[in-house]
Every structure is written in C-alpha cells, then in structure tokens.
Design a protein around this ligand. Structure first.
Ligand SMILES: C[S@@+](CC[C@H](N)C(=O)[O-])C[C@H]1O[C@@H](n2cnc3c(N)ncnc32)[C@H](O)[C@@H]1O
Length: 396
C-alpha cells in the first residue's frame, strides 16, 4: 500500500516530519517533462521555487558513452578527445532525499512514484549495499549513488533545521571514482539540474571519472571512506601504491602533504589581492606560488582547483600590465570557469576585449613602482596608501 503526499513520517532517531513529494516540471513540448520523486522535510516544501522552473533540455555530449568495465561495473567513457571545461551531461535527479534513514516502505514508494521508464533506469543502477543493511533496493541504490545538493540556497531555513540532501541520477551516477578525477558535477538549484563537466583534457578512450571523497584527505582516509560507503578499494595511481618500504611510505606521506597543502592553498598563501596592495613584496611572488600550486595539482591529479590558481596568475599579470601573459592566463581562466562560474568567465571575456581599457587595475603595480622610484630619486619618502577596493576585479 502506498504512502500518500499528505502523510508525514519521520527518519530513524528523529522527530522531524517528512513527506513524499513529486516535483513535475512541465515544458511546452510533451517530452519537455521532468518528474523528480522526493522525500522532503515538511517545512522545506513551501520554500521550493514557485513557480517551478521550466525543464532544461537534458544534454548528453555526443562523445560520452556508458560502457561496461572489467572490475567496476558500468562506467562513462570518452569516445573522442574532450577538452577541459566542456559540458558532458546535464541531467535532472530522479530522486531527491535527505541523508536520514527511513522505513523500507518509504523508499519503495519513493521509487514507485517515478514514471515507468525512469523507474527502470533507476532500478538498473549500482547497489553496493546488502539486503540486511538496506532492506529496500531503492535505499541501496540511493546510498551507493546519491550526490549532495542544496535545496535552500538562499539559507531561508533556520540553522538548526538545515540538513544535507542528495540526488540520484541514472546517467551521471555511472561515473566511477578516481582520486585524480577528470570531471566534476555542479548542482543548479534554480533549474533543478546537475551539470557534469570536464576539468582537464580527456583523451579518446579514457574513462570519465569524478571523485567520491575530498581528494585533499590523506590516502588511508580516502581508502577507508570509499570502502565504508561504496564497498571498493580504490586503485587509482595515488592509492594503488606499495606501502611497506620506507621509500614507499615517504612517497605516500609526500602525496598526503601535497594534497592537504593544495586543499588550503588559497587560504594559506598570499594571493593577488594582498600582493597588489603591498609594493614591498616581489612582483613574481604570487605568480611563482600559484605556478607551484598548478604543478602540484598536476602531479596529484587535483585539477578541480586549477581554475582558482590560473585566475590568481591572470590577475597578477593584469596588475603588472603584461598583455601577452594576461591574455594567456585569462583564456585559461575562462576555459576552466565557464561551466562552474559563468559570471566570472564572462567578466574575463569582457576584460579580454581590451584589458588596459577595461581593467581599472591594469598595470597598477608598474605605475606605482615607477612613481615610488621617481619619489625616492627626489628624496621624498612617504607611505603610499591607496584604496584599491574598487579596483581588484572581484568583490571581497
Ligand atoms: C555511483 S556507482 C558508479 C557506477 C557503477 N559502476 C555502475 O555500474 O553503475 C558506485 C559504484 O561503482 C563501483 N566503483 C566506482 N568507482 C570504482 C573504482 N574506482 N573502483 C572499483 N569500483 C568502483 C563501486 O561498486 C561503487 O559502489
């Protein structure tokens, strides 16, 4: 017997009230329709966008295919070379639900509410959990596949009522894991879709992989999380290494250290904004630091951070007034941010038209240096305090 939309229920160990809810996005054409079966906290339902967005066309890159692998079940593969910054798939979740544990009936009903074809797609997905752990097969699929998403992007729920939600995607979820991924996902709460996109160049025949864990965590922690949540031993080049000789252990320690460093680089190393204000620092200090970050991220396969690093470098060259170098790094920034942050990418596009004219900070450091040299030749010593708040490209 089904549970109806008006019935409320709770998760194990909680008194919070939830409801089943079906989101139907209707477009003008018959196949412009998306049905998402959800478990939502009762107080979240009134916060959903009203009216709901029109469905975005699903997108599948012509060179992306689901193929069977030897040991990992199905996976996604590139049939042709795909450059960094390309949209690979755009997809609605079939299911949206919170992380808590519900009864078998709730999960079964959640799956049963999908249109038949969508339900078939869902039931063919990987389930790494045993029947004892997850009596409902739908729950097993959820725990093997769900990707985190934000349903309250404007933060309208009080802090104590916030919770994590996940979405299950019959196509995007075919992507297997690597600690050096070549693709990432981005959830768009306004359109209810997730975009899967390349973060580095992918070669024809290569598997398209995302990361299921924070890649900045140490190797053993990553292995433990993957084993506990997804029931496999990661065999990526950073995990599948010998770990008995002192040399091998030193190599693992170095990789752990570099990954942790990369994960906090932008918070622990001086960036463009501070450097720009401080003429006492060498002109190349931030550029060298971020070139090092780029090279480490290449070594560790942490390409997902490179958009931040290339942007810092581009901005430094703008303050130095180096046109060729700025153009080179601004183009890289656009390529690596256009899916993740289109507004930022558009800003660089605009600057690129004529950087010296379009950028307030263009050549600022060069000009200030020349000025201070002139002043010191004249024997004038003064502290230059300049308000750069309006010139730094991006708001704080
Ligand atoms: C989200 S699914 C990925 C798609 C799945 N391979 C399929 O056939 O639908 C997660 C499951 O895929 C498998 N998997 C993912 N990445 C793997 C990897 N690097 N090595 C081995 N198995 C992996 C594990 O069984 C895991 O529980």
């Amino acid at each position: 017997m089904g549970i109806n939309e008006h019935e409320t229920f709770t998760a194990e160990g909680s008194s919070k009230q939830y409801r089943l809810h079906t989101i139907s996005l209707h477009g003008s054409e018959p196949d412009d329709e998306a049905v998402i079966s959800c478990i939502l906290a009762a107080n979240l339902i009134p916060l959903l966008p009203d009216p709901l967005p029109c469905p975005t066309k699903k997108y599948e890159h012509p060179a992306v295919r689901v193929l069977q692998t030897e040991h990992k079940g199905a996976g996604l593969f590139a049939l042709q070379d795909i450059p960094a910054g390309q949209v690979l798939l755009v997809e609605y979740p079939a299911l949206i639900l919170p992380a808590g544990k519900f009864s078998r009936e709730v999960y079964d009903e959640l799956g049963a509410r999908l249109p038949e074809k969508r339900r078939e797609e869902l039931m063919s997905m990987a389930n790494a959990r045993s029947k004892e752990e997850c009596p409902s097969y739908v729950e097993g699929i959820v725990r093997t596949n769900a990707l985190q998403l934000e349903l309250d992007p404007k933060g309208r729920l009080p802090e104590e009522e916030k919770e994590f939600y996940g979405g299950v995607y019959p196509y995007i979820n075919r992507a297997n894991h690597s600690c050096g991924p070549n693709a990432m996902v981005k959830w768009d709460p306004a359109r209810f879709v997730t975009t899967f996109y390349s973060i580095r160049d992918i070669s024809a025949g290569e598997e398209i992989v995302k990361t299921y864990v924070n890649p900045a965590l140490p190797r053993q922690t990553r292995l433990d999380i993957l084993e506990k949540n997804y029931r496999f031993t990661c065999d990526c080049p950073w995990c599948n290494v010998g770990h008995s000789t002192p040399q091998e252990l030193a190599q693992i320690a170095a990789s752990d250290r570099d990954r942790a460093l990369l994960g906090t680089w932008i918070f622990t190393h001086p960036g463009y904004k501070k450097w720009c204000r401080d003429l006492a620092r060498a002109d190349d200090v931030v550029i060298s630091s971020y070139l090092e970050a780029l090279s480490l991220s290449e070594k560790e396969g942490m390409h997902g951070l490179q958009n931040l690093f290339v942007e810092e470098i581009a901005m430094c060259y703008s303050a130095l007034g180096d046109l060729d170098a700025f153009q080179k790094w601004a183009k890289k920034t656009i390529q690596l941010t256009k899916v993740e942050d289109p507004v930022r990418a558009a800003r660089f596009e605009e600057w690129l038209v004529d950087p010296p004219k379009k950028m307030k900070q263009w050549g600022w450091r060069k000009t200030q240096r020349e000025l201070s040299e002139k002043r010191s030749k004249k024997g004038v010593s003064e502290i230059i305090v300049v308000d750069l708040s309006d010139m730094l490209g991006f708001p704080e």
